[in-house]
Design a protein around this ligand. Structure first.
Ligand code: ATP
Ligand code: MG
Ligand code: MG
Ligand code: MG
Length: 465
């Protein structure tokens, strides 16, 4: 089953169960300035859970475009390292706003996977929140899942929250066992981080609204929010063990291979590029433009990472924006706006790429030299700062290169260098002010060098997340 058909099958199934089909909302959350990007299907329904927004329906289904590249859910560092994490992905979700609760949520999910899609029952594992006896009983007694494949887990994995505040609750997750050829252990085991047992679907039993103080206030009515990664489900249905092997990614990888001259679609840099074109193109589509602050800076960082991976592959020309056409081919029918806005998206990405290309080569030479001269395992903070300040290397990009050499960054040293420059900038601007007063000249000592210092707090907070 092709990715596009899986999406449709999901929407159709829940429509047949009385759910309103709701279009994906923008990646820029319209109702929540505290959230960097839409990171789950429930974001556009946040106020429905809180009872503040009443709709004509109490059941909804959607396929929501999501970006997890900053903030509470940040998978940027996972891309290229796991078979299942993307910066951009689609989340299939069904929702109940005070309508059905645990029983139906579990029954629908099971019927969809094992009835509609015919997945083998013995390859599915289930987790529940540690004290959620009710959910465990439904899985074991009503659904008939073998108790040996029902695992109880704690807050880290089985209490879902969109962000630090807002709707949240205990959850129950469904995993698929890709078999012994793939490394990794079942959920809750020491080697659960492998790609063998893959989490495909999270059923969240929305019960609380977390306050800034941390207090959990019960929602007006218990609700349901579920999310299943379309790409992970496609991997299962297409009998492949990596998201990069599904139809959609194979076609994007092919296109990435064409523009970079790399034939091996299993190449890690090529995979990173194929991943990043989706987040970058959709972020631009949703009105984000590369900048030195906030959302725009996250976009800039992703573009620059992709371009750096192109450089790694030996690409000498602008290439990244040329993948938009392939993306439109894959996803333009599901997202007609992407088709319509193709030229604008290409233009913005091309300009960003061209701008970075001017300093990339010199920066890479400096970085490679620093790495080759290094005796320890830590890249000095002043090198990281110089790359950041002079060559436009976001810290996470330098970290990405360092990680490939098994090195880490001296972040304390970086911050120190940043602080040193901040003080110089302050002194310089005071000096300029004094000078202005005394000679009232238009000599042109305008200070423009440190624009991107605005972004420093952001860089560090996102990087540390
Ligand atoms: P994981 O533990 O694998 O990082 P998660 O617990 O962070 O996933 P949820 O927040 O529960 O994920 O999101 C619901 C579903 O969305 C997941 O079960 C998975 O199928 C999918 N998903 C989550 N993060 C990603 C991602 N970065 N790329 C692709 N799919 C994802
Ligand atoms: Mg995660
Ligand atoms: Mg998880
Ligand atoms: Mg989860």
């Amino acid at each position: 089953m092709k990715s596009n058909d899986i999406r449709q099958t999901f929407l159709d199934y829940f429509k047949s169960k009385g759910h309103e089909v709701v279009a994906s909302s923008s990646l820029v959350p319209g109702n929540d300035p505290t959230l960097l990007f839409t990171n789950a299907g429930m974001v556009q329904f946040k106020d429905c859970f809180l009872g503040a927004d009443k709709r004509a329906y109490t059941r909804a289904v959607s396929s929501q475009r999501c970006v997890r590249a900053g903030g509470k859910h940040n998978d940027l560092e996972n891309v290229g390292y796991t078979a299942r994490h993307h910066t951009f992905f689609e989340m299939l979700g069904n929702f109940s706003f005070g309508d059905y609760f645990k029983n139906d949520a579990i029954a629908f999910a099971w019927e969809f996977l094992t009835g509609e899609l015919k997945l083998p029952k013995d390859k599915l594992w289930v987790t529940v929140y540690n004290d959620d006896d009710e959910a465990a009983a439904i899985w074991i007694n009503d659904i008939g899942v073998d108790a040996s494949r029902v695992v109880r887990l704690g807050d880290d994995s089985n209490f879902w929250a969109m962000g630090d505040t807002g709707p949240c609750g205990p959850c129950s997750e469904i995993f698929y066992d890709h078999g012994p050829d793939v490394a990794g252990g079942p959920p809750g085991s020491p080697d659960e981080d492998g790609d063998r047992y893959i989490e495909i679907w999270n059923l969240v039993f929305m019960q609380f609204d977390r306050q800034p103080s941390g207090e959990l206030i019960p929602l007006p009515k218990p609700s349901v929010d579920t999310g299943m990664g379309l790409e992970r489900l496609a991997a299962v249905l297409q009998h492949v063990h990596s998201n990069y092997e599904i139809d959609l990614f194979q076609n994007l990888l092919q296109a990435a291979g064409d523009v970079t001259g790399i034939k091996d679609t299993g190449n890690t840099s090529l995979r990173v590029i194929a991943d990043h074109i989706r987040s970058c193109a959709f972020l631009v589509l949703d009105g984000v433009t590369p900048s030195n602050e906030g959302r725009g800076y996250v976009l800039r960082r992703i573009v620059r990472r992709a371009v750096r991976h192109g450089y790694q592959l030996g690409v000498k020309d602008v290439f990244f924006y040329r993948l938009v056409a392939a993306l439109v081919k894959e996803m333009g029918d599901a997202y007609p706006a992407l088709k319509k806005e193709q030229a604008r998206v290409e233009k913005i990405l091309k300009e960003e790429e061209q701008q970075f290309a001017r300093t990339l080569e010199n920066g890479m030479q400096i970085l490679n030299q620093a790495i080759s001269q290094l005796s320890g395992k830590v890249l000095p903070g002043d090198t990281v700062f110089r790359l950041y300040d002079t060559y436009g290397f976001p810290v996470d990009l330098t970290a990405d290169v360092a990680r490939e050499h098994d090195l880490s960054l001296d972040m304390a040293g970086f911050e120190q260098a940043m602080e040193g420059q901040r003080q110089q900038a302050r002194a310089a601007s005071q000096f300029n002010a004094v000078e202005k007063l005394s000679i009232d000249s238009s000599v042109g000592t305008e200070f423009v060098g440190y624009d991107n210092l605005h972004a420093d707090a952001d860089v560090l907070s996102i990087y540390q997340n």
